[in-house]
Structure formats: structure tokens, C-alpha cells
Design a protein around this ligand. Sequence first.
Ligand SMILES: C[S@@+](CC[C@H](N)C(=O)[O-])C[C@H]1O[C@@H](n2cnc3c(N)ncnc32)[C@H](O)[C@@H]1O
Length: 193
Amino acid sequence: MHYVYPEVESKEDTKKKILKFKLTEKYQEVLVNILRLNQNSSQDCRIMMDYIFNNKLKKILELGVSQGYSTVPLLMVSKKLISVDNVNCYDNVMGLLKRWEIPELSLKWRFILMDDLELLFDRFDMIFLDTSHDYNHTIKELNKFSNFSDNIFCHDYNQNGVRWAVQDFLKDNDWQSTQFDTSCGLILINRRS
Ligand SMILES: C[S@@+](CC[C@H](N)C(=O)[O-])C[C@H]1O[C@@H](n2cnc3c(N)ncnc32)[C@H](O)[C@@H]1O
């Protein structure tokens, strides 16, 4: 499947589209602000939030945190979020949660400072992969993390390293894909059942 999205979404559109999550007014306001802060990935975050919400997914793994602009939206709709980065991003996320006065969200969040390829085995309902975007690293991640979950979103699919790694992974494995033409490119790959 292949979906095409407009380049930039208006604030009103974002507001309408997040109503379904039935968040409190405060959370809705924070979410709109965070999505606006990170315009390039705003639609990608919302697509993943929809997927978590519609499929009632609980345990999510995020690979690549940086400023926390994907972490906070994912936290809002998941029961448990584990985020991994090889740079310490803990204070970035905690800073956002404090700044927006929603520190309670940290209770369902865990940050692991580690190279993601070193992570020990665990099962997750969904994985968000957004790290180096380098072909050799991404193909290793896909081979490893396809054992952790049957649902993997890969960000920056418009970058060759990610695109080629995903395409090679799909050639060698019985997985299917759904592509979202957002500004950075997002692709969901699922194990065929
Ligand atoms: C593009 S940023 C993540 C952006 C974030 N997901 C968002 O949407 O705002 C990529 C992050 O991946 C991290 N990273 C790169 N290589 C990694 C690795 N091997 N293991 C864990 N994290 C890695 C970087 O430190 C950086 O913080």
C-alpha cells in the first residue's frame, strides 16, 4: 500500500486528527505544540499514534530519541515506551515533560543509553526505527529487530540508506510494507501472518 500526504499540515487539521485519542485538553495542547515544533515529522508521529491507538498496542520500542520530539507523542498513546539511543537523551525528554508540565508521563517511559545493536532480546508490539540511516547499520537493525516485533516503522525512508536496507530486507524476508509519502518518508513493515 502507498499513501501520499500533503507537505505541511495546518494546526487546525492536526487538532482535528488528534481528537480521536481522547486526550485531556492539556495533553491535546501539548501534543499540538510538540507536533508543531517538529513540523517535518509531525505527520509521521501522528500516523504511528493512529496505528498504536487503532490496534490497541501496549509496549513500544523507540530506537533513536534525539530531542524527544517523537518520544513524547508515542508516550501519549502507549502503555509502556522504551527508548534507546547511544547518546544520553534522558534530559532532553525529561526537560520537555517538565516544560509542558506533564512529568507523570515519565512513569511509563524508560530510557536505555546503548548502541541499539547491543540490546538484549525482548518482544514489543511495535518498533519505531530512527537512528543512523546508514545502509549497513539499518540492515543489521532490521535483521535483529524483526525478532523483537512483527511491526516496524522506519523513519526517513526517503534517505537511500534506509530505503535500500528496507528493500533488501523485504526481498529476503516474508514481510509486507505500507509506505507513507510524508516529507521525510515513513514505511511500516509487517511480518506476513
Ligand atoms: C534522527 S535522530 C532521532 C529523532 C527522533 N526519533 C525524532 O523523531 O525526533 C537519530 C538518533 O539516533 C541515535 N543513534 C544513531 N546511531 C545509533 C545507534 N547505533 N544506537 C542507538 N542510537 C543511535 C542518534 O544519537 C540520534 O539521537
